[in-house]
Design a protein. Structure first.
Length: 294
């Protein structure tokens, strides 16, 4: 199968690099000039965050549009699809890319990322517009990281990791209280993380809440109650949205027939897959593919 857009790794990018494939950071304007292909639709194999201090436009992440404005910060996880559309030439800010094993290198578990809601494919908070009073502190952190990279001594990686965690914590404190459920460490947050991990591992084969409830050793009613109570979504909706996301990614990135995509997602009746997709997106798979590229 032929891909329609590229997947970048850190070593593919021209930027200030701490390690060939673990970490890079830069001013966004320089990053944009040095990596022209990132203006087009693409995917990353790493964690990606961008903070804008100037500019206007639209940032599309996994087929959802977000505004580009001063004070906006974006968090992305490996595998997500995105592209930029700028309304003006002058765009300023900062960008950081880091590997999923970056924190392991300083003897911190990479699972530390799971403590932050915005690094979650199921989150609605991958873009936040930060309050005015916190913006100078965010800029300060990015500047410290860039200066640390210039030193590149035995403490550089630890200092950068510390500053990144400080940034994540400061941004998390900007989130609505309800939105921090996944980082609370209570029983519900642990349970939901287990549910999300199971979806990631099984969404192509398992589509019903009862299947996941069985794996979690709870009833379907209990699973649905926890999802509704904490996320205001049913378990079925969460599972369905993950299937639809994967279908969209495949429709726009591969020269696959709709029948092949249906089979890949374990819909053994293509007509049922078409009805399923249209019911929840408003488009047939073919129309979605055409309108996206048009």
């Amino acid at each position: 199968m032929e891909k329609k857009y590229p997947t970048f790794s850190i070593c593919n990018l021209v930027s200030n690099k701490l390690s060939k494939d673990l970490f890079n950071a830069d001013k966004f304007e320089g990053y944009l000039i040095n990596n022209p292909p990132i203006k087009n639709i693409h995917k990353h194999s790493f964690y990606h965050l961008v903070y804008f201090t100037k500019g206007k436009g639209v940032h599309t992440i996994d087929f959802t549009n977000y505004a580009i404005e001063a004070g906006c910060i974006y968090f992305m996880i490996p595998g997500q699809v995105h592209h930029w559309k700028f309304e003006e030439d002058e765009v300023e800010g900062y960008v950081i890319n880091f590997s999923d094993i970056f924190f392991d290198q300083i003897f911190l578990s990479s699972s530390v990322i799971d403590q932050f809601t915005f690094f979650n494919v199921f989150s609605d908070l991958q873009m936040l517009k930060l309050s005015e009073n916190i913006r100078p502190r965010i800029v300060e952190i990015f500047e410290i990281i860039l200066k640390e990279m210039a030193k590149s001594d035995e403490y550089t990686m630890m200092m950068i990791a510390a500053e990144m965690l400080r940034l994540f914590i400061l941004v998390s404190r900007e989130l609505p209280v309800k939105a921090t459920i996944l980082s609370n460490g209570n029983r519900s947050s642990v349970f939901l993380k287990q549910f999300f991990n199971l979806i990631e591992d099984n969404f192509k084969e398992l589509r019903l809440p009862k299947d996941y409830a069985s794996l979690l050793y709870v009833t379907s009613n209990h699973l649905n109650f926890v999802c509704k109570d904490n996320l205001n979504r049913s378990a079925g909706e969460i599972i369905r949205n993950r299937i639809l996301l994967e279908a969209k990614r495949m429709l726009v990135n591969y020269d696959l027939s709709v029948a092949n995509i249906a089979m890949e997602l374990s819909f053994f009746d293509t007509s049922y897959f078409i009805k399923f997709f249209k019911k929840y997106t408003g488009y047939t798979p073919d129309n979605f593919r055409k309108q996206y590229y048009s």
